[in-house]
Design a protein around this ligand. Sequence first.
Ligand code: ZN
Length: 369
Amino acid sequence: MSESLPAMNLLYNSAVFVHVLSRLTVHFTPEMMTRPVCIYCRQTDSHVAFRGRDHVIPECWGRFSPNNMVLHGMVCDDCNGYFGRTIELHLGRDTIEGAFRFQHGILSEGDFIGRRVRLRIATDHAWAGLIVRPKPPKAKDRRVDYEPVTQVGFRDKTTGRRFYFELWELPSKAELERDGFDAVKDIIYYGETPQALEELLHALAQRGITITNPKEYEAQGTNPTPVEGEVTIDPVICRGIAKIAFNYLTHTQGVDFVLSFDFDAIRRFIRYGEGDFKQFFEPNAPPILYEDRRFDIQTTDGHMVVVGWMRRIEQLSCWVSPFNLHTYMIIFCRRFAGIWRPIKVGHHFAVPSGDVTPMFSVPTRLLRR
Ligand SMILES: [Zn+2]
C-alpha cells in the first residue's frame, strides 16, 4: 500500500495527475472501488448509511414514472434527512412554484405557508392589495381558490389606495402617520379565526392604533379574482433549486464526475449554506424554450432542467424551470479544471401525467423563419 494514492486525492486532482499516471502505480482496494461516497458531504458508508433515495425533482413538485430520476446510494441518509426537513420543505410550501402546485393537482405535500411569496389581489380590483394565499382545490376541480390571511389595511391619504400588513409586520401609529397613512379612519381588518382577530386587535392597540369604525373584509361572490405575486428568493430557496440542478447533473453525468473538486463550492453551498448565493444563482434567466423566449408565451406547464457549458466551455451551468413559470440559472463552477467532456442534456417533466422526455437542442439558425 505504500505507493498507493488515496482515492479521494486522485479524484480531486484528476486534471493535474493525468500526465503522470503512466509513471505511477495506483492501487484501489476493493472497498474503495465500490464504497458509495455522498455527493453532498463526501462521507462514505463506513460512517453513514445510504438507505434512502433522493429524487431529482422533489416529490412536492410531482411524481414521475416510469423514469422517476432517483439517485440510489449517492446521497447519505444524514444529508437526505437534512434536505427533507429543511430546504425541500420550503420548496413545496413557500415558493411561487409551491403556490402553483395546487393548479397541477399536486395536493399531498401539506398546506402552503407563503412567507417567501406574498400574493395580493391585483391593483384593478376593489380589494386591491389584500394579502391572500392559495388553498387546495376541492377534489378534481383544479381551480385554485385564494383565502385572505389575518391582516389590517390602512388608506394612503394621497392616493386613496389601501396597503395591508400582516401581524408580524405591523407598523406603529407614528410610522403610519410618517408614511402618509390614515391611522384612525377607514381601517379594514380580517382575522382567519376569532383568536387571530383578537390577537391582531391587541397588537394594534399596543402600537397606539384603536379601531373606531372598522370595516371587516367579506369575501365576494364567485367571480375569479386576479392575484399578483411578490416573490422573495433567499439562500434557502437558492439551495433548493441548486440541489435539483446538482442531482440532475449527478443523474446524467455520474457520481465520479460530480465528486470533482470543481464542484466543492456548490456542494458546500447546497449542504451547509456556505458562500455567497449570488455566486451560484441567477434568478432571472430567459425561458428555456425558444418559442417561449421569442414570442413571450408558455408552451408547457411542466418542469424543465437543462445542463450545458457556457462562456467558452469553462462554466458549467444548469437551467431549472419549475412549472415553466420562471427560469433559474445555477452555476456549478465558473472555471472547470477537470477533464472536459461534452455536456448538453435536458429533460421535460410533464405534470401531472408524470412523463419524462429528453429535450433536444436545435441550432437557432434552423429555427429562424
Ligand atoms: Zn451526505
